[in-house]
Design a binder for this molecule. Structure first.
Ligand SMILES: [Mn+2]
Length: 311
């Protein structure tokens, strides 16, 4: 049975205007007792990657704006996924949890090293080392980032320490498992989706769970992001969440992967570097406006799943 304490309060963290055309989501957020936190002034400096001063400014903004606990925070584009450790930190503090599993759905491992700040592809290392975090479990990756991870700067000592497990949807080499150091992590495809739900439940060893979802984990029919996307269907994502939320105590959640027109900042040099990086790493053409409308539907379904608002 779902415990009452597991109900989350929704918050729209406005860093990039991603929710401007998601008026139904905004209305349902209010109806569920939630609110919007304005932080668009901080968005450009935070987008893609961020130096410590901008992260500190956001931390302050969250301290004032995300007071209800537990919360479900929508944070806009996946370029802001490094906001998650700040939210996890707050959720652990507010729930007095001593041992939490971070369940991370994403098409990318987000495990790369990054000095002097955080990158949307680097936050997993920070999250896994937060006091109170037992383990990060990443699910659904299909990107090539997991092939030859050492060469790509991955934080693989996290895997050796048992603080990170990664279950790809499909391995880059098509094999049944992804091998990293001593670990061999089976893929969703090799187990089958139904069996994977049981397997995933068995890999979570704490009562407390924090969930972070990057909608780029979803197949292109089910979401339209500014990153390459995975093979997970919304239905499969919901099946995994239903199972885990039924068994565990949810201390908070966040959702990224909305589309917004990029604005980069943090200084002129940073803005140029970020622009160049986006050109190299992200698909060149943005999803069409009609395709982007699917995101609001996904957000609303996830809102209902986490918040259990009356339909
Ligand atoms: Mn991500």
């Amino acid at each position: 049975m779902r415990r009452l304490s597991d109900r989350l309060t929704p918050v729209l963290l406005d860093l990039d205007g991603a929710f401007e055309d998601q008026t139904l989501l905004a209305a349902e957020t209010l109806a569920a007792g939630g609110h919007q936190v304005t932080a668009r002034d901080l968005g450009p400096a935070l987008r893609l990657w961020s130096r410590p001063p901008a992260l500190e400014a956001l931390r302050e903004r969250l301290r004032a704006g995300v007071q209800t606990s537990p919360s479900l925070v929508f944070t806009g584009s996946g370029d802001f996924h490094h906001v998650s450790p700040l939210l996890i930190e707050r959720a652990i503090e507010a729930s007095w949890s001593e041992s939490v599993t971070v369940l991370h759905f994403d098409n990318h491992p987000d495990w790369v090293r990054f000095e002097d700040g955080m990158h949307c592809g680097s936050w997993v290392g920070t999250a896994a080392r937060l006091p109170g975090v037992a383990k990060v479990v990443t699910v659904g990756v299909c990107s090539d980032d997991i092939a030859h991870p050492t060469a790509k700067g991955a934080h693989l000592d996290l895997a050796d320490d048992g603080r990170l497990e990664l279950y790809a949807y499909r391995a880059p080499d098509g094999g049944a498992a992804v091998r990293v150091g001593a670990a061999a992590w089976p893929t969703v495809e090799s187990l089958g989706e139904e069996a994977f739900v049981d397997f995933l439940a068995s890999r979570i060893e704490t009562d407390a769970v924090y969930v972070t979802i990057d909608k780029d984990v979803l197949r292109p029919e089910d979401a339209a992001t500014n990153w390459d996307q995975g093979r997970t269907s919304l239905r499969f994502l919901e099946a995994m969440l239903d199972r885990i939320l039924a068994e565990r105590r949810l201390i908070g959640a966040d959702i990224v992967g909305d589309w917004s027109r990029p604005r980069y900042g943090g200084g002129a040099v940073a803005a140029l570097l970020k622009q160049g990086e986006a050109l190299l790493d992200q698909p060149w053409s943005p999803p069409a406006p009609q395709a982007r409308q699917v995101n609001e539907g996904v957000n609303r379904r996830l809102l209902r799943l986490f918040v259990q608002v009356a339909a």
